[in-house]
Each structure stands twice: as C-alpha cells, then as structure tokens.
Design a protein around this ligand. Structure first.
Ligand code: SAM
Length: 544
C-alpha cells in the first residue's frame, strides 16, 4: 500500500477528482469518456500485473494514455514502489485534468503531456515507449467521433497494427491498438474497457488481435449485481496482456465476479477455442456468470421452431403511428391502417387479447398508416388520407433516411401479425429477465422495438392442429431465463441489453422437444444452421 507522502497525494487526488467531476454534467462526461477508476480497483489491477510479470518489470516504464487525475499512476507507485519506476508518462486531452495530474504527481516522477493521445502516439512528440501500460481509456462511442476523425483513426490503426477497425467501434478500441503498438516488446498492459467488443460483430477485429497478435493473459468481468464499484463497471472488463506472440498452447484465464484477486468463477480457455467463439462473455461457463450460453450447440434452439424477425421500422413512429380514434376521426380508410402494438414501455400485459376488429384489447389502441397506392391515386380516391399525408412535408418526414428510400414513401415493410413477440431491449440482472415474451392474440404487428416470432416447421403444424397449445408454447418461452437471454444478447455501456433475431434464435429450445418429442425428429443439428461464423480476415500476425 501507499506509504508516506503518496498516500496524502492520493487523498488529495480523490478530492480533486470529485471537484472536477461535479463541475460537469453526466452527459458531458459521457461524451468525453471521463469516468475515473476507483483507486482500490486500480491497485488490484496493478497488483495482478506485478504478480504475472514477476521480475520482468524491473525497472518500470509506466504510461497511461488517458491519465485523468492519475488513479493508475497512484496505484503503480503503491504497488511497484517509487524506486522501481524509471519513467512515467501520462497523456490527457482535458486541460483541467492535465493540470490536476501535473500538480499532483510531477514531484513523484510523472510527466504529463497534454493532447490527444491518438495524435501524440503517431507524431514527433511521442514519448519513450513504456513497458507497463495501466489504463481506463475514454469510452467515447463511435457516433461521437466525427467522420474524418474516424477515418484517420482507422488508417492509423491499420498502419500501426495491421488491424482494420470497424466503423462502429468506440474510441477505446483505437486506444488499445495504438498504445500496444507504442509499447516495448515484452511489456505488460492492463485495460479497463467496455465488455461490448467481446460479443458484437464490430469487436471481431479486436478479438482476433487479442488471440493472434499479443498474449492475452486474463479477462475479468464484473458481476452487475456486485455494486462495489458502482454502476460504472456494470459492463466492463479488465484485460491483462503481454506484448508478445502467444505460446502455441496458450490458454486465457477468464474470470467473473468478485475481485481480480478472488474471482467468483474462473476458467482457462484455450486460444483455439476463443478464436472459434462468436462471443466471449459466456466464459467462464459457470452458473454464476450472468451471460453464460444457454445452448452448447447440440440441442434444438428457438430458431428451429420460429422464424424470428424484427418488427417494422416506420421511419417516424410519431407520424405513421396514430391513436386509432384519431385516425378514425380523420376518416383515414380502415384498409390503410393496421393495428400496431405500443412501445414495450407502455405495454403492461404479456397476453394480448383482441377486440372484434383484431385491435389489441388495451387502453390505448394504435394503428400504423400503411398504403401502397401511388400518390396520384391516393389524392383522387382517398382525400382524407391524402390530407394527412400532406402534413408530413412541414415535419420533414419525407427527408428521413428510411422514408426517403421507400416508394411510395408511406408504404411500410410487410409483416404479418406474429403470435409471439419478444421485446428487443431492456435492463435486468441476475434472475430478472431483460426482455419480455408476449403472447399476441390480436392482429397487431410490432415496431422494431420487438422481435416477432412466427412458428415454423413442426411447431407450426402442431399449432395448426392444436391451436390450444399456444398457451403451452407461451409458458415454455416464459421458462427462458434471464441468464440465457443475456448470454445470447449483448450488453451496452450502462447495462442496457439488446437481442437480435439471430441471437434469440440460438437460445435453447430443448424444453420444447421434451414437451413434444415429435418436434425433435425433424430438427437439423444446430451447427448446420448457426455454425460458428467463418473466420473473418485476420490482421497481420505481429505483436505490434
Ligand atoms: C475513463 S477516463 C479515465 C481516467 C484515468 N485513466 C482513470 O483511470 O481514472 C478517460 C480520460 O481520458 C481523457 N481523454 C479523452 N479523450 C482523450 C484523448 N483523445 N487523448 C487523451 N486523453 C483523452 C478524458 O479526459 C479522461 O480524463
């Protein structure tokens, strides 16, 4: 632990951090990626790196490319000791943090460079290469990066590491690649980053880099139910790596929950298995892991029994979705209106019955305008609808991306009502399910906030001959656990879960076959339908 003066500096740092944090709104800090690492966690991380590096980090040449007020430098001093630190550099974009870090740590050997790390690492001001990087880079999401900046970052990452970064990746992906390229060969790094990249398609290049170009030693995810570090870490992972090609039989330690020193679950995953895994958050495969996979790839899955499709994207729900009574008052012809479910937020029931017109028996009945007649025909034959459509101009609806591509612009995607739906996004940890299944006995379709489940194959035949079994199907869907849903879906910063049709399709449906064994006979092996994705193009195999 810190002894002597640094102890006092750390206390001062925490006060300065709190003052700087409170001077900005949460939204502003979010845009700038400014969430500091709790010092206790930074110390845990530094200790673990010291443990795995053994004597190799003597002396330490420290760097944090996004230093903030220096939580990680404070931890490095506490764990490695001032004498062992030969050099230390922190880069920081924000002038306030930069001054604070200088003020706090200059006397303890930290050189603070003000500027954008992604420029500095590629320019003449690039400081001496570190052999130890401990950091929590900015979590700036891709849509906060300008187009030109993104292109610059992509070109730079490719030049320095051979990795083609997907445009949907956040700033932390570039930080990790560029800083690793900058590091000394054989150096160690620990990164506290969002766990998103472990599951999503745009994380594939980084996953490949971590399996092929460096030696990933450890990946520790926090348990969302464990509030020791507050909400900020709900969806974070600590990656510890060495800048060296991995030994042939290398296995990565995946841990979950508890602390880095005492995780609740742990498993060593061979690199080859990781390379072939579509998602990494399912490791370690342990009952305590909130995202363990529900299906091992052998049994039937929901995709065997349901065709799953997102609901419709209208291009502007505000314009195209109306209260049924409003549409009737405007005398819009019924045949150009379709019942549609309200947003899941406003749906208080999971079983939806219908009135005599097929509209859901719920308080607020909604309909979507959907017509495929050309404008000239609407104008002459359906003046009331025409009059409503005219109001789109002033609202700018026709200039929208989706609407602009459609012909005619008020024609919606084709969807039949689905007897079952699943909400597309939501929150929920541990036993609580982030998504809800809905039994839809009405003629309503859903917007893209829902996934629509159409029974197919044996299940469609079963329901055709025994419509009363729909209740059993709904009950079986109700048995899918929160763990399974999270395991197949993906989690975003702040703990928001989403699930795409292909992901829902991979959830185990073994319970369906147990209930109706005849369903099992016609089901092809899951691997044939949803085999692991082909290997994406590999970054150049090099450690830099
Ligand atoms: C998530 S905070 C972490 C701060 C510190 N490393 C810690 O662990 O407490 C990220 C820091 O990076 C800074 N930052 C954002 N963009 C940057 C950039 N392009 N170059 C350098 N620093 C940047 C932010 O101002 C913020 O202080």
């Amino acid at each position: 632990m810190l002894a002597g003066p640094e102890n006092l500096v750390e206390a001062r740092r925490q006060a300065v951090q709190a003052a700087l944090d409170s001077s900005k709104s949460a939204a502003e800090r979010n845009r700038l990626g400014q969430f500091a690492t709790p010092n206790a966690l930074a110390i845990d991380i530094a200790r673990y790196v010291r443990l795995v590096a053994g004597r190799l980090l003597s002396p330490v040449r420290f760097a944090d490319p996004a230093i903030g007020t220096g939580s990680f430098y404070s931890a490095a001093l506490a764990v490695f000791g001032r004498q062992r630190v030969e050099s230390a550099v922190g880069v920081e974009l924000d002038a306030g943090f930069c001054d604070a870090a200088r003020d706090l740590w200059a006397q303890a050997g930290l050189k603070v460079v003000q500027g954008d790390f992604t420029h500095i690492v590629a320019g003449p001001r690039r400081p001496v290469a570190p052999n130890l990087v401990l950091t929590n880079p900015p979590y700036v999401r891709h849509h906060h990066l300008g187009r030109q900046d993104k292109e610059r970052l992509q070109a730079l990452a490719y030049r320095m590491t051979g990795v083609r970064v997907n445009g949907l990746a956040g700033l932390y992906v570039y930080f990790l690649l560029l800083a690793t390229a900058w590091m000394e060969d054989g150096g160690y790094a620990a990164w506290l980053v969002p766990s998103e990249f472990m599951d999503v398609n745009y994380g594939a290049a980084l996953r490949r880099y971590l399996t092929d170009c460096v030696t990933l030693i450890r990946a520790h995810r926090f348990d969302p139910d464990d509030v020791q570090f507050g909400d900020a870490l709900v969806s974070s992972v600590v990656l510890v790596l060495r800048k060296a090609l991995p030994p042939p039989a290398h296995a990565v330690q995946f841990t979950f929950g508890g602390t880095l020193g005492e995780p609740h679950a742990s498993d060593a995953i061979p690199l080859q298995q990781l390379r072939e895994s579509r998602k990494w958050t399912g490791y370690p495969s342990h009952a305590r892991n909130d995202r363990r996979r529900s299906s091992n790839g052998d049994g039937s899955t929901l995709g065997d029994f349901f065709r799953i499709q997102r609901g419709i994207a209208t291009g502007s729900n505000k314009f195209f979705v109306l209260d049924r009574c409003d549409a009737e008052r405007r005398r819009i012809p019924k045949r150009y209106l379709r019942p549609i479910l309200p947003s899941p937020r406003f749906l208080t029931t999971t079983v939806i019955d219908a009135d005599k017109d097929g509209y859901p028996l719920i308080e607020r009945q909604l309909c979507v305008v959907d017509c495929d007649l050309p404008e000239a025909v609407v104008q002459t034959r359906h003046p009331a609808l025409w009059e409503y459509l005219q109001t789109a101009e002033a609202l700018g609806i026709k200039r929208g991306y989706l609407v602009g591509k459609r012909s005619p612009w008020y024609k919606q995607e084709r969807r039949d009502p689905a007897p079952f739906l699943c909400t597309y996004m939501g929150r929920g940890s541990d036993q609580k399910r982030p998504f809800r299944f809905i039994w839809n006995r009405s003629q309503a379709i859903g917007t893209n906030l829902y996934l629509m489940l159409y029974p197919k194959a044996g299940l469609a035949r079963l329901l055709l001959s025994h419509p009363d079994r729909a209740a059993d199907v709904f009950a079986l869907l109700g048995q899918v656990t929160g763990h399974e849903l999270r395991g197949e879906g993906r989690v975003y910063g702040g703990g928001l879960n989403k699930i795409e049709p292909g992901e829902l399709a991979r959830i185990s449906a073994v319970a369906f076959v147990e209930r109706w064994p005849e369903l099992g006979s016609a089901v092809p092996r899951q691997g044939e339908l949803f085999g692991e994705r082909g290997r994406e193009s590999s970054p150049q195999r090099r450690a830099g």
